[in-house]
Design a protein around this ligand. Structure first.
Ligand code: SF4
Ligand code: SF4
Length: 302
């Protein structure tokens, strides 16, 4: 009979995940680096990163009695998403689709069901960027990719346009021994050079307070005109350090999924919620999105 981890792998691939890895819980890789980064105060308004630091030291805090972690990667399209007048948003935000947190969790549920069938009484928890867990570190340990100098998990042969998910379970079953993938960045430093704000201060070290992904989504309140200048035409998130990465191969194609920025600026709350309320794009809120667009406009007018 096929080992259980192979059955999990096969089912994961059937469910559309493109990479599956396994590891045991324990002190997450890169926890010390993460802890130093938090101490350096580079997290901006994202206070939860400070509050959750100690919880992240042990996956047992996310699922008591955790014995096995299944790491999964699900791809999102590499096409750039644009408005009808050529402004863009981060690829992962998928304005027309349900928020990935819920949809990827749903996709992984049959794996938790499979575990319950095989190990009755086992408890499992599915995490998608939603629990105090160092996801990229475990993904790396499980062998599904390496961490690039831009801090993204890169899967050779696919790149970094990936959502990560984990199934933590109290079921203890044999898993393959894997060697974490060695970094393949080599002497490349394209992401660091291309970052418009200098947020990638050095390899693997991001000052979130300077990062456009943080400033245009998480930061409370409007952003300044100086930041607007650095945003180019992208008013939600930033993909530059991924776009320039040689592991994200292929031409940059664009798909028009949003109305013009003028239409968004005149949109009322109800229309916004009806159209985008369930998407990752909608999570930033209409006022934040409008203020991002205004910052770009004002920087162009100045
Ligand atoms: S997302 Fe943009 S601003 Fe943030 S580090 Fe990458 S290139 Fe720099
Ligand atoms: S752009 Fe170069 S240095 Fe940056 S993550 Fe990709 S391969 Fe690594």
């Amino acid at each position: 009979m096929m080992p259980f981890f192979q059955r999990i792998t096969r089912r994961s691939l059937e469910l559309g995940f493109i990479a599956v890895g396994f590891c045991r819980p324990g002190r997450p890789p890169f926890f010390e680096e993460y802890s130093r980064w938090v101490s350096a105060g580079k997290y901006g308004d994202m206070q939860w990163l400070q509050d959750h630091r100690d919880l992240k030291a042990d996956p047992g805090n996310v699922l008591e009695g955790c014995e096995t972690i299944i790491c999964l990667a699900y791809p999102y399209p590499s096409k750039k998403i644009s408005t009808s007048d050529g402004f863009t948003v981060a690829r992962y935000s998928r304005p027309e689709d349900p928020d990935y947190h819920g949809s990827i969790k749903k996709r992984a549920r049959p794996l938790a069901a499979l575990i319950s069938e095989e190990y009755p009484g086992a408890r499992s928890r599915i995490c998608v960027d939603s629990a105090p867990l160092l996801e990229r570190g475990f993904a790396y340990t499980s062998g599904i990719g390496f961490i690039g100098k831009n801090n993204m998990l890169i899967r050779p042969g696919h790149g970094s346009y990936l959502f990560l998910a984990e199934v933590l379970t109290t079921a203890l079953f044999p898993i393959p021994t894997v060697k974490p993938a060695v970094s393949m960045c080599g002497t490349c430093s394209r992401c660091i050079e291309a970052c418009p704000t200098g947020a990638l201060e050095r390899p693997f070290f991001l000052d979130a307070q300077k990062c456009l992904s943080y400033l245009t989504i998480e930061k409370k309140g409007p952003i300044d005109v100086g930041t607007g200048k650095r945003m180019g035409r992208c008013f939600f998130g930033c993909d530059i350090c991924q776009e320039v990465c040689p592991f994200n191969r292929g031409p940059v194609e664009t798909i028009e999924s949003l109305p013009s920025i003028d239409t968004i600026l005149h949109m009322d709350q109800k229309t916004f919620e009806n159209k985008f309320g369930k998407s990752a794009f909608g999570r930033a809120g209409l006022e934040k999105i409008k203020s991002n667009i205004r910052a770009i406009r004002e920087s162009r007018a100045g």
